[in-house]
Design a protein around this ligand. Structure first.
Ligand SMILES: Nc1nc2c(c(=O)[nH]1)N[C@H]1C(S)=C(S)[C@@H](COP(=O)(O)O)O[C@H]1N2
Ligand SMILES: [Mo]
Length: 308
């Protein structure tokens, strides 16, 4: 069965970029990207297409049970078991995503309309939370770049700001002020256009569970988990760098970029190693979570210690 193939691959099958970045997609990207994206990202996409996306030996898919029952999703509580317990009746349909700001195609998009022009893809990515736990997860979704291209950003658009639903009636965590609501994240536009950036609608060959961010969540595998915003309802193109929820909560601990970097420690713990859910031991965390060959050019010339 086609879906099974994506559920239990050997570790050697962690999606190499050449598999998903096929020639047709690539040509489409070249055609529409030029106006708004740095040449660096394009070059890297070409280079990345000839080598695996940082696959490491001995990496197997994390148990689905673990990934769907050990979650960070403060809208549903701050303990790891809270999101699953408290999100089961969350309504993911009907769902509308507002596209706004510095773009030509603004509007309220029903989720199906937002997704349907794109081909749904399965991709296996490493996931690394800033808390030093990690997982290997088979996602299903569409490239964020597709949605951005269809929004048709204006030349002045430099960032995309991304918002989670605000609905305290459904999200009990939003009734208290542990962090500011709604949860907000953001990417530089060239990061958002990178072919690794995914808008996920599913995992493990199924629809996304509510606790993992249904019906639509971001997956940027070279960044810490908190960038991977859940239950997305709004994409806003801006000319200035968004302030994300975690920057607002603790700007000395969480920066805008949040690129996985084993050489820059969190003020309260080391980022050199991480423990895969289900494992006992910690292993070294690779630079950019293993996606260095694909994404490093996005940050060339930047001080990654300052821009953490
Ligand atoms: N809206 C929203 N998105 C969120 C969070 C959150 O609290 N609220 N937590 C983030 C953090 S810290 C992590 S590690 C991942 C966890 O994703 P998972 O539960 O699917 O593993 O979601 C991220 N996205
Ligand atoms: Mo996280």
């Amino acid at each position: 069965m086609l879906i099974r193939k994506h559920i239990e691959p050997p570790s050697s099958e962690i999606t190499p970029e050449r598999e998903y970045l096929n020639r047709r997609q690539f040509l489409g990207m070249v055609g529409s990207m030029g106006a708004i994206t740095a040449a660096g990202a394009l070059t890297q996409a070409v280079l990345g297409a000839v080598q695996p996306a940082g696959a490491q030996q001995g990496e197997e898919l994390t148990d689905e049970e673990k990934v769907t029952s050990y979650n960070n999703y403060y809208e549903f509580g701050t303990d790891k078991e809270d999101p699953k317990a408290n999100s089961q009746r969350f309504r993911t349909r009907p769902w509308t995503v507002k596209v706004e700001g510095l773009c030509r195609n603004k509007g309220d998009m029903p989720l199906d309309g937002l997704l349907s022009p794109s081909k749904v893809e399965d991709r296996i990515y490493r996931f690394r939370c800033v808390e030093a736990w990690s997982a290997v997860i088979p996602w299903r979704g569409i490239p964020l770049a597709d949605v951005i291209r269809r929004a048709d950003p204006l030349p002045g658009a430099k960032f995309v700001e991304i918002y989670t639903l605000l609905d305290p009636s459904q999200m009990p965590g939003q009734r208290s002020g542990s962090i500011s609501w709604p949860y907000v994240e953001g990417l530089r536009l060239d990061e958002a256009m990178h072919p690794l950036a995914l808008l996920a609608t599913g995992m493990y060959g199924k629809t996304l569970p509510n606790q993992n961010g249904a019906p639509l969540r971001l997956v940027v595998p070279w960044k810490y988990g908190f960038k991977n915003i859940k239950a997305i309802v709004r994409l806003k193109f801006t000319d200035s760098q968004p302030t994300s929820t975690w920057m607002r909560a603790a700007s000395n601990e969480y920066g805008f970029y949040a690129n996985v970097n084993p050489t820059v420690d969190h003020p309260r713990w080391s980022q050199a190693r991480d423990r895969k859910l289900g494992d006992l031991l910690r292993k070294p965390t690779p630079m950019f979570n293993g996606y260095e060959a694909q994404v490093a050019s996005l940050y060339s010339g930047m001080d990654l210690r300052r821009n953490f």
